[in-house]
Structure formats: structure tokens, C-alpha cells
Design a protein. Structure first.
Length: 151
């Protein structure tokens, strides 16, 4: 489902039929977790500029849900704080090329001198609240451990 959401976002800025998924659900091993990773590529429509690209791809459908506009409204109504860089786009661009990723396991600092991170779980109609909470706690514990804190 996540890959389909992202493919849909990509189709807004790419030529018809050019969206491809060269890696689907590849497993990457990281300290304390295994992460499923998919790569999505496409050929940009002629004269597409960075603002159009970023507007089409952010926020990522993989963290907003679908339909995106109503999901974003619900998130705005329910979440008490802005997400900051959590779930934003992180990467680099050089000329016409870029590699970007959704920032789901990142730390950042504010002027308060503290390190912050965000975490969450994907909520669907079939979600079990207790299981989603446990997943969120597990992710938090791993991030706290990496930062040198105790849980």
C-alpha cells in the first residue's frame, strides 16, 4: 500500500508509464531493526521544476495516508505539535538528480539544547490500537538507546 501511494504521487510529475519500482520490500539490517525499503523511479515530465516535485511528493503519502487531503486535515486536528523534520524529506540534490528519503528515524535539536525525535505507527481500518502502541514504544526504545538514554 505504501509503495502504491508513492507511485501515485510520482505519477503526478512523471511521464506516463515511466514509474518503476526496481526494488520492492528489500530488507536492510540496521542496529536493532530490520527495515523494508523500496525504490521508486520515474522520468520527469518536461520542464518540471523543484517546487513542483516537492509539492507533489510532500508530505509523503506513506506517512500521511490516503486520501491525502483528508488525512492531512485529520492529522492537523489530532496532533498537538508540529512534526518538525520528522516525516519530512531528507536528501540531496545536484543539478537534475536527487536522492531523497522520508525522515522517520532521525534526531534533531531545537534551541532548547535537547535532542528530539518523532515516532509513530501506521493506522489503518484494521489496526489494533494496542499493537500499534507497542510498535510505537519499540521504535521509541530503540531511538532512546541509540541516543544513549535509558528506558
Amino acid at each position: 500500500m505504501i509503495v502504491d501511494l508513492m507511485r501515485n504521487d510520482f505519477s503526478r510529475i512523471t511521464t506516463a508509464g515511466s514509474v518503476d519500482v526496481p526494488r520492492l520490500l528489500g530488507i536492510e539490517k540496521h542496529p536493532g531493526l530490520f527495515h523494508l525499503v523500496s525504490d521508486i523511479t520515474g522520468r520527469l515530465k518536461a520542464n518540471t521544476q523543484w517546487p513542483e516535485i516537492l509539492n507533489a511528493l510532500t508530505p509523503a503519502g506513506s506517512v500521511s495516508g490516503a486520501p491525502k487531503s483528508s488525512a492531512l486535515k485529520t492529522i492537523s486536528d489530532l496532533e498537538q505539535k508540529e512534526r518538525g523534520p520528522y516525516c519530512g524529506v531528507i536528501g540531496w540534490s545536484e543539478g537534475e538528480q536527487a536522492i531523497m528519503s522520508v525522515g522517520i528515524r532521525i534526531f534533531w535539536s531545537h534551541q532548547d539544547g535537547q535532542i528530539h525525535f518523532g515516532t509513530g505507527a501506521g493506522i489503518t481500518w484494521k489496526s489494533d490500537a494496542q499493537s500499534e502502541w507497542q510498535e510505537t514504544q519499540l521504535k521509541s526504545e530503540k531511538l532512546i538507546s541509540i541516543a544513549g538514554g535509558k528506558r
